[in-house]
Design a protein around this ligand. Structure first.
Ligand SMILES: [Zn+2]
Length: 89
């Protein structure tokens, strides 16, 4: 059995029912915004993933694309840093 380290994109809706905060962080100027999960689902559809969201985001301050994602405060006390796609179980 082969294990691959390729991160899978995580559907945003998997965070919808959790008590988590989804942050997008510009990697250039560290401008940070909290994303509204229900709003993302309305705009991009129920199957949108972290990867698709990142592709559509642009820093309001410096214009850099592809911000980093951070997920804070899940009920399990899990804290994920970096990209949502790196979340594995
Ligand atoms: Zn920026």
């Amino acid at each position: 059995m082969q294990r691959r380290a390729v991160p899978q994109p995580v559907p945003i809706r998997s965070y919808g029912g959790l008590d988590v905060r989804l942050l997008a962080i510009c990697e250039k100027c560290w401008h940070t915004v909290e994303l509204d999960i229900p709003d993302l689902l309305r705009q991009l559809g129920p199957d949108c993933t972290s990867r698709e969201v990142r592709r559509r985001l642009r820093c309001a301050k410096c214009g850099t694309l592809n911000p980093a994602f951070q997920v804070n405060g899940s009920p399990q006390g899990m804290m994920a840093r970096g990209y949502l796609g790196l979340l594995t179980h």
